[in-house]
Ligand binder design. Structure first.
Ligand SMILES: Nc1nc2c(c(=O)[nH]1)N[C@H]1C(S)=C(S)[C@@H](COP(=O)(O)OP(=O)(O)OC[C@H]3O[C@@H](n4cnc5c(=O)[nH]c(N)nc54)[C@H](O)[C@@H]3O)O[C@H]1N2
Ligand SMILES: Nc1nc2c(c(=O)[nH]1)N[C@H]1C(S)=C(S)[C@@H](COP(=O)(O)OP(=O)(O)OC[C@H]3O[C@@H](n4cnc5c(=O)[nH]c(N)nc54)[C@H](O)[C@@H]3O)O[C@H]1N2
Ligand code: SF4
Ligand SMILES: [Mo]
Length: 764
């Protein structure tokens, strides 16, 4: 497939071979590239002096890698055979070798004078940042400043930022891109189990007989895990793979059953599957009696209410809503419930909907009701997108409504506990939740937030309806810490702080299965770039919080954080820094130094925090019962119309990472240009659009130009593109409505028109 893509983008096989020749020996490449695996058997270009155990920079699979260093440079990488990925890496994993040495690294601090960013000293830049923050806090109060961070920062960095702003400055305005990414999964896990994060582990893959993959294109976005799913299928061909996705993705092509639903109709589908579980006698009555409670909105419900509720969702009734056949819904339900063990994976297709939390809760409910949970291979597993959205942001509580280890700002007892752990006077942590991401940018728009530190994220490209929020960034005193310049966001920076990248600084990531693991510093950063932790420590000092923010090295911060976790249901106090250096990561809970880590949470005998000897102890909930939430399918927030007759959905491709500040500069990927919009041949014919033609995609908010890719991989009525390219900025078009429960934006559906470039609006 990569070869296919490369050909269609004009890169010849010879060129590909030439590039592959520069990649080292022993690499085991997975994903669509595996077709040319033998091509990777090459000699390294430079002999390696030392190898260092680390973790891939990119996705939430969190593959272990070995970094080869020579003369102070990263010269090679290979998969770590002893890590969970057993030596495998995808193409992005291998490209970790090259990411530090591309053009446009931010090398020096810069300060804006008369509209232009000019080189400055750290002293001048940080002096100005501290002055502006201090002035805003004094004049307008602590809520006039904010931090906007990232699931790509290290845990130590997110933890320190969170503590500085919430405990030091006294504002809960701490947000980050995980709101755009994992918020719906987090809010569902918390409302169902009382605590965030998946309960299973990757080893469940080798024990599962049925995979239910919804709104996740694992083959491109978590390729090494997808390879494990495929291995399970090859070693046990009866294994079933069900994929729910409006597109026939590389993942869907590997499925036994593909439900190509209309975007935004997952809630109807899962209700229909529950209807079939009940009708088919697949409900585990022991679960219902002993381990579950039922809720709808603020009200308690029971199993009989659930039965009545799903009566309205018989497959025949929802088939038209979802745009699929009723019998496929029944087949999916039968396979899900009747297998020995079913493992679900989901990602943005579910999270990035205005009903994201409801859809997430229903997938969890499907597992709880059928008892497909807490056994090897049976688990509802939300895949984390970024390398550290879990451990960095969700676990440290670096979001506006949250506090560390699943505590909430709104809960007075949680605030008091954190005040005690952080040695603060009572009342120091504000009782007011901060602004969630879109509310934060709205507050900047109104002028209520005067200063914002943006670290490790590129909101001018990644926010929905991005054009709207650009003037807001312009108006705010914006401090941007980024490893690259220019980016869409550094254009709006008043101060640019050059950041050291992965492998130029040390820190801890945590991936989808709750595994904390260490990335060492193996080389120096270029120019005057500093680590994000150093930047935060200096800001703390200049704002007078050096006594509070007293842990000064990645190791000290980790040791502080690990001890804090001991007082929570996330207990990983047994994961010492020494263990992180020695082991290939450890899965929490891990309450003491000799504990090996936990594969399955909430299961007495496996999870050290689960008590008793019953099947489960859902200890996150006061009554020990997980909650099944009744939820209804709503109409789309932005229905299609005569003017905007198509549904736009957006996502990713294998080779590129987000806003392409990193991957867009890699020589190897120059020809992979995500400038296309996929459209079904029937829609294309009706609209007079030829394959390869330039087209304009337009919504009520804005428009962007693409090259049409006429293809049956997308269902009729839906068009797809990525948000990778700043030149083809689809976030001018996407909708900034969000899930009222999780506040996660709805990137996965809005109404658009698509027309050949040059035609007037009225003509098509
Ligand atoms: N190559 C690569 N890998 C990545 C990343 C990257 O940028 N590039 N980013 C990482 C990050 S941060 C994230 S969050 C993950 C995202 O990983 P994924 O969620 O797997 O990726 P997406 O392409 O955003 O969306 C997944 C699928 O959702 C489908 N979809 C759209 N609407 C709906 C719907 O209404 N219902 C259902 N069921 N499906 C729908 C889309 O067609 C798409 O195939 O990837 C991570 N891995
Ligand atoms: N239309 C549409 N939009 C989306 C999505 C979608 O599916 N569709 N997905 C959403 C999701 S799930 C996500 S996660 C977001 C991602 O959106 P962003 O977070 O905005 O995207 P990135 O390109 O990862 O931005 C990371 C920035 O950090 C910089 N950087 C890299 N390493 C470091 C470092 O160590 N320190 C610092 N300080 N900077 C560093 C990079 O140069 C880059 O500018 O996009 C969201 N936007
Ligand atoms: S699957 Fe994810 S973590 Fe593994 S090598 Fe690829 S990008 Fe890196
Ligand atoms: Mo994400």
């Amino acid at each position: 497939m990569l070869l296919g893509k490369i050909r269609s983008n004009g890169l010849t096989r010879r060129q590909l071979l030439q590039w592959l020749r520069t990649i080292s020996t022993g690499a085991v490449v997975v994903g669509p590239l595996s077709a040319c695996r033998e091509l990777w058997e090459r000699q390294p270009v430079v002999p390696v002096e030392s190898w260092h155990k680390a973790v891939c920079r990119f996705c939430g699979t969190g593959c272990g890698i070995q970094i080869g260093v020579s003369e102070g440079r990263v010269v090679d990488v290979k998969g770590d055979e002893y890590a969970h990925n057993k030596g495998r890496l995808c193409i992005k994993g291998l490209l970790n070798r090259d990411i530090l040495y591309t053009r446009d690294r931010a090398l020096y601090p810069m300060v804006r004078h008369n509209g232009e960013l000019r080189r400055a000293s750290w002293e001048e830049a940080m002096g100005l940042v501290a002055k502006k923050f201090r002035e805003a806090i004094e004049q307008f109060g602590p809520d006039s400043v904010a931090f906007y961070g990232s699931g790509q920062l290290f845990t130590q960095e997110s933890y320190t930022a969170n503590k500085l702003f919430k405990a030091g400055i006294g504002t809960n305005n701490v947000e980050g891109n995980p709101r755009l990414c994992m918020a719906s999964a987090a809010s569902a896990y918390i409302s169902v189990f009382g605590k965030d994060e998946p309960m299973g582990c990757y080893q469940d893959i080798e024990a599962a007989d049925c995979f239910f993959i919804a709104g996740s294109n694992m083959a491109e976005c978590h390729p090494v895990l997808w390879e494990r799913v495929k291995d399970r299928k090859s070693s046990r061909p009866e294994t079933r793979i069900i994929v729910v996705d409006p597109r026939r993705t590389s993942t869907a092509k590997g499925a036994d059953l593909h439900l190509d639903i209309l975007p935004g109709t997952d809630v109807a589908l899962y209700n229909a599957m529950i209807h079939e579980f009940i009708g088919g006698g697949f409900v585990d009555q022991d679960m219902v009696e002993h381990y579950l409670s039922f809720k709808e909105g603020d009200s308690a419900r029971d199993y009989q209410d659930l039965k009545r509720h799903v009566n309205r969702y018989a497959p025949k009734r929802v088939a038209a809503t979802c745009g699929i056949a009723a019998k496929d819904i029944s087949t999916a339900a039968f396979r899900f419930a009747s297998s020995n063990s079913t493992m679900s994976f989901w990602t943005m297709g579910l999270n990035q909907q205005s009903q994201g939390t409801v859809a997430n809760r229903l997938v969890m409910a499907m597992h709880l009701l059928t008892g497909q949970i807490g056994r090897p291979g049976a688990t509802p597993f939300s895949l984390t997108g970024q390398p550290n959205a879990g451990g960095g942001v969700r676990d440290t509580g670096a979001l506006a409504h949250a506090l560390p280890n699943g505590r909430l700002v709104a809960n007075p007892r949680d605030r008091r506990e954190m005040e005690e752990l952080w040695g603060l006077p009572e009342g120091q942590i504000s009782a007011k939740s901060g602004y969630h991401t879109l509310a934060l940018f709205e507050a900047m728009e109104r002028g209520d937030v005067k200063c914002c530190l943006v670290m490790g994220t590129n909101p001018a490209q990644s926010l929905p309806n991005a054009e709207r929020y650009r003037p807001a960034m312009d108006k705010t005193f914006l401090v941007v810490a980024d490893a690259f310049h220019p980016t869409e966001t550094t254009q709006f920076a008043d101060v640019l702080l050059p950041a050291a990248m992965w492998a130029e600084k040390e820190g801890v990531f945590s991936q989808s299965e709750r595994r904390y693991h260490l990335v060492p510093k193996v080389v120096d950063s270029p120019g005057e770039a500093r680590s994000d932790l150093e930047i935060l420590l200096e800001l703390a000092e200049r704002l007078g919080h050096e006594d509070l923010i007293s842990s000064r090295t990645p190791e000290e911060v980790w040791e502080e954080w690990r001890k804090i976790s001991a007082h929570s249901k996330y207990n990983f106090s047994g994961i010492t820094y020494e263990r992180l250096k020695r082991e290939r990561g450890v899965l929490w809970p891990c309450p003491d130094k000799s504990h090996p880590g936990t594969c399955r949470r909430y299961v007495p005998g496996e999870d050290p925090l689960a008590h008793g000897n019953a099947r489960f102890d859902f200890y996150g909930q006061p009554d020990g019962r997980a909650v099944v939430w009744l939820g209804d399918q709503h109409n789309p927030k932005e229905p299609t119309s005569a003017e905007f007759p198509l549904v736009l959905t957006t996502g990713r491709v294998l080779e590129h990472w987000h806003t392409m500040t990193i991957t867009g500069k890699l020589e190897a990927l120059q020809e992979i240009r995500p400038n296309f919009v996929q459209i079904h041949p029937a829609d294309a014919a009706r609209l007079g659009i030829r394959d390869g033609a330039e087209v304009i995609v337009r919504s009520r908010r804005g428009q962007a130009a693409f090259i049409a890719q006429v293809s049956e991989t997308i269902r009729p009525g839906v068009v797809f593109t990525t948000f990778h390219s700043a030149k083809h900025l689809i976030n001018r078009v996407t909708n900034d409505v969000y899930d009222p429960l999780s506040k996660q934006p709805e990137y996965k559906l809005c109404a658009v028109s698509i027309k050949p470039k040059g035609t007037t609006n009225a003509s098509a």
